[in-house]
Design a protein around this ligand. Sequence first.
Ligand code: PLP
Length: 419
Amino acid sequence: MQPNTLAIHAGYEKDEQLTMSVPLYQTTAFEFKSTEHGANLFALKELGNIYTRLSNPTTDVFERRFAEVEGGAAALATASGMAAIFYAIANCTKVGDNIVATDKLYGGTYNQFVHTLKRFGVEVRFFDTFNVQEAEKLIDENTKAIFFESISNPSIDIPDIETIVNIAKKHNVLSIVDNTVATPYLFRPFEWGIDISVHSTSKYVTGQGLAMGGIIVERKGLNEFLKGNDRYSHFNEPDMSYHGLVYTDLEFPAFCLRARLGLMRDLGSVPAPFNSWLMIQGLETLKVRIKEHCENTMKIAKFLKAHPKVKVVKYPLLEGDNNYANAVKYLKGGASGLLSFDVGSFDIAKSAIDRLKIFSLVTNIGDTKSIVTHSASTTHQQLSDEDLLACGVTPGLIRLSVGIEDVDDLINDLDNALK
Ligand code: PLP
């Protein structure tokens, strides 16, 4: 079945009431039928729900559905995108290990990598997003993952993904992609051989800025890669915190299973069932929304490119963009809804943004409602002019997350603001 059919039907067998919508199980705990039943569930002799921190039937549908839409083997939903990224890294590293990552990342991910992971004894080594061969020199026997974003936020860049995956495979290292901006509709991580994808589902998946969430998905066949692999000995040795379980001895996809039984059990960044239910609603319409986001953004990119007051427009599928070749190679049917443009000065950017009527001034992306951000006066205000330039943030840079309103209205709004 195609992803858009799976997004509406996968992972849900209708219950006894033949309920059409996936029911919301807003509960903390689940009753055992007997002491024996409870004991069997704890000993993993029988599978079933115990406590929502470990599993919940509504979240389970979202996880199964999302995994199928992306073409993966299994998924684990988390309370936010940051939690998904942390769990994915924590699931393959320990003190003394390192990961290598592209230098163009979401700011929250960069902070987690540079500050929090460092305090936990995991080093992150960065390589140039436009020269990914550099990654190879950074890999050693303690490297546990190569991490990158398929379309980076906020810089809107697309790395040479095929080369990254080839380097990961050559060195037997897990590849992890943050596929938040592209979504499973625009970039298919497992068709390119990537091992793990992570997403902030707070963006395009929920779609209307309604709920925080994240998800980790693992590719089919990852157990064969992990089994007997010395880099990942903790997947091959008994887990004494779970009855001496050896994850790769089981038939279940081991990466998500270990993240659930170990990390989710001990750290607990679990999504509220209601948020999983909202994600299910969002996933059903993701395909049509993402198409609209892409079409609107392309039209706006062309309008801005022709505008006399606009110096530069950055959108990967705009001919001449430095990401154009990679966008054509890796993305299916569009480059998502992020676009940036430069109007030449801090003051012009500020007054244009203040005149916008439809675009909301918000630090979020992926909403049906159009969003504008001025990095120089908000997220990056404490940086010197020099540091701003190093991050690719010029004083006159305006970033848009284009929504799915009528595109002519959005263009008129921008045109008026730029007068
Ligand atoms: N990854 C990307 C690419 C993001 O843009 C974001 C948030 O903006 C995150 C991860 C973090 O997700 P969350 O805000 O759901 O924790």
